[in-house]
Design a binder for this molecule. Structure first.
Ligand code: URA
Length: 200
């Protein structure tokens, strides 16, 4: 792990920024390839993630692994983290104050990893990264340019586990993500080149 990430995680290992620290077993910072061009952001650790200290190791994680495999990618090719690093009891939705407390850590992680693309999984991640509420049905599968990277919003894998139509959208979005990555998407900071390629 890079010194910068190590230091960041050390600073937050005893985090008491919100009340979730009282019930969580582990602070689930993130896992994967920190040199990757792609960072995936989920919502929050669930039961298995809280137990193991790693993101997306339960049923939604298995689906994520399968979706990545469908576009020729492995978990080792990407970095995965969540909006919240501690499990909300009973997997309830994150509260606004929990999101606010945890957001600076997420933003610093992304800043250190400096990916080209941030894939948001589900509406909480999209809202935090894009800074506004937009219906997933309208925004999924379409890259949005921000200051430092492209944001690629899609559905949360957990939402697709029991909904066939969401699964189809998620599968299509992963195909679109592959096309985006294969197009050699440059870093957004290389603004001029992006314009030249006519990507947007
Ligand atoms: N759901 C998430 O959003 N994150 C995880 O790590 C696991 C399930």
């Amino acid at each position: 792990m890079s010194e910068a990430l190590k230091e960041l995680y050390a600073q937050h290992s005893d985090c008491t920024g919100c009340s979730l620290s009282k019930s969580a077993n582990n602070v689930v910072f993130g896992f994967g390839n920190e040199s990757s061009d792609v960072v995936f952001v989920g919502e929050a650790p669930g039961y298995h993630e809280d137990k193991e200290g790693k993101p997306f190791v339960g049923a939604a994680g298995q689906l994520l692994t399968n979706l990545l495999a469908s576009i020729g990618m492995k978990r080792e090719d990407i970095y995965i983290t969540n909006v919240l690093k501690c499990r909300p009891p009973g997997n309830r939705d994150p509260l606004p104050e929990e999101i606010e407390a945890c957001k600076p850590l997420l933003m610093k992680q992304i800043d250190i990893i400096a990916p080209k693309v941030v894939v948001t999984l589900g509406s909480f991640a999209a809202r935090v990264i894009l800074g506004k509420v937009m219906p997933m049905s309208k925004i999924h599968g379409q890259p949005v340019k921000t200051d430092g990277y492209l944001v690629f919003p899609t559905y949360h894998p957990a939402a697709a586990l029991y909904a066939r139509t969401t699964m189809t959208s998620l599968e299509d979005d992963f195909k679109a993500l592959k096309e985006l990555l294969d197009s050699g998407v440059p870093h957004v900071r290389e603004e001029a080149k992006t314009e030249q390629l006519g990507l947007f």
